[in-house]
Design a protein around this ligand. Structure first.
Ligand code: PLP
Length: 471
């Protein structure tokens, strides 16, 4: 299997090369030349597999340059009950009205990013060892991505992680989760500024070519192909858990921001998984909701991006969206290049003439959820089903209930646990309600924290990295 760019200007790469490259050299995103097709017999055989077995079957179709025994070992180590706190890895439950919830949030940081990042960490370790290389990851986070990356890479020998976060802007839980790590390869840097300032520093260091080359700088952002492929697995797993025959179809409802999660659903559907519809749920930052209802893509700038109570979806430029549009435009790299030039210049684009294809051939629909909807849904699920769902998952449940057709089986993806967002949950159900949390995280906020606070100053961050790495 070879990987090409959505902008059509790169030589085909192997899986390992795609994994280490992140972005394609022509500024596009990497994609397999075609999606492997799963026939009825194979789908039947896969129904009875464990999560790790299923992951092996699916990922080995894409990672064709890793010997099978090695890949199996990496997958077994990643998708275990110890790491994900549950033998089924992504257990499914059903609300009283028949809406299914598939938990993707049982990993070390209680959010779905662990599903892919844990695999990526182990794949990085393997490839670096095999190629005798070293990497320094530098990233910026407002919460979930940074902690998932740190928990995936902590203690790995050939990788250091420098993670910038805005000083004083994360929840107590998120802060404790990141800063309590004591591993010598993890460096937390709190910048006296906003998330955008952190991101600007990371970009400046990535564009400092001499510095980047000398220190082997890299990133682990959401456009990495390795993350997408890992996410395809739980669409198959959820489908098997919610049905008892491959004659049935299901729909998935996905709380979305960067379009990474639901893109994996689009790939699963393209491979032949019997998915009826893919329901994209957004919060007040509704760029994707607008596109899937009108065909107009109008990304907003930072000044027009709202801060909401489902913060991991506060995104107005969906970085993985380009991969879907590439399929929608029948792999026309030149047109993609033009459209994304328009996006870069602050305009969007109009594909309203393709609405029929978007909704019927590709099965997409979308809805939006606001703070009031979120509060109401969290309170409703607590009252009717006696369980707490996190604010992002609540956006999904709200949209699923709004768009559901008669007889439609909908699986809502649970992208985080309520424990991560205690303040919002208490606002919805009252302060007296106790929010459950995994035993191993009791007292997390009381552990000693390990962080370097710095001014919003690129030169100072650069000096800090140099001082830690030597030379
Ligand atoms: C990242 C994240 C999302 C959004 O996922 P995308 O792949 O960016 O669409 C939703 N919910 C939670 C809790 C997240 O961490």
């Amino acid at each position: 299997m070879k990987y090409i760019s959505t902008r059509g200007q790169t030589v085909p790469k192997s899986f390992n090369q795609a994994l280490m490259a992140g972005l394609a050299d022509d500024g596009g995103l990497l994609l397999p030349q075609n999606y492997p097709q799963v026939d009825a017999i194979t789908l039947h055989e896969w129904r009875s597999l464990s999560y790790a077995e299923l992951a092996m079957q699916i990922i080995s179709l894409f990672a064709t340059d890793i010997p099978k025994a090695d890949l199996q070992a990496i997958i077994n180590k990643t998708y275990s009950a110890e790491v994900f706190g549950h033998a089924e890895i992504t257990p499914l439950r059903i609300l009283h009205d028949g809406i299914c919830i598939e938990a993707l949030s049982n990993g070390p940081t209680l959010a779905f990013k662990d599903m892919a990042m844990q695999l990526l960490g182990n794949l990085f370790e393997y490839v670096l060892e095999r190629e005798n290389r070293y990497l320094n990851i530098i990233g910026a986070t407002s919460g979930d991505t940074g902690s998932a990356a740190e928990y995936a890479l902590r203690g790995k020998e050939r990788v250091n992680v420098f993670m910038l976060s805005p000083f004083g802007k994360m929840s107590d839980f998120q802060r404790a989760q990141m800063y309590s790590l004591q591993d010598s390869n993890i460096f937390n840097i709190a910048i006296k500024g906003m998330f955008d300032d952190c991101q600007d520093i990371v970009k400046a260091l990535q564009n400092d070519h001499a510095f980047k080359a000398h220190y082997h700088l890299s990133t682990v952002n959401s456009i990495n192909w390795g993350r997408i492929v890992a996410q395809v697995v739980y669409y198959f797993k959820g489908y098997f858990a919610a049905t008892n025959s491959n004659e049935q179809k299901v729909s998935f409802c996905v709380p979305s921001g960067n379009f990474g999660n639901v893109l994996a659903g689009h790939i699963a559907r393209s491979m032949g998984l019997p998915i009826h519809r893919l329901l994209v749920a957004t919060n007040e930052n509704d760029v994707l909701n607008e596109f899937f209802n009108t065909g107009h893509y109008r990304p907003r700038d930072a000044a027009h991006t709202f801060v909401t109570s489902s913060p991991s979806m506060d995104i107005s430029k969906a970085s993985n969206f380009e991969r879907f549009v590439y399929d929608l435009l029948d792999h026309d790299g030149e047109q993609i290049q033009q459209l994304w030039q328009q996006v870069a210049s602050g305009q969007g684009f109009d594909l309203s003439h393709l609405m029929d294809k978007i909704q019927h051939q590709y099965g997409f629909a979308a809805g939006k959820s606001t703070h009031a909807d979120r509060m109401q849904t969290i309170a409703q699920v607590y009252a009717e089903d006696n369980q707490l769902i996190d604010p992002h998952t609540a956006d999904g449940v709200k949209v699923a209930r709004q768009l559901r057709e008669a007889g439609e089986i909908i699986i809502c993806l649970e992208t985080a646990q309520a424990a991560k967002f205690a303040q919002t949950i208490h606002e919805a159900v009252g302060n007296s309600v106790e929010i459950p949390r995994p035993d191993n995280l009791a007292g997390l906020e009381d552990l000693p924290q390990h962080v370097t606070v710095m001014d919003n100053d690129t030169a100072a961050v650069k000096q800090f990295v140099e001082a830690q790495l030597g030379e």
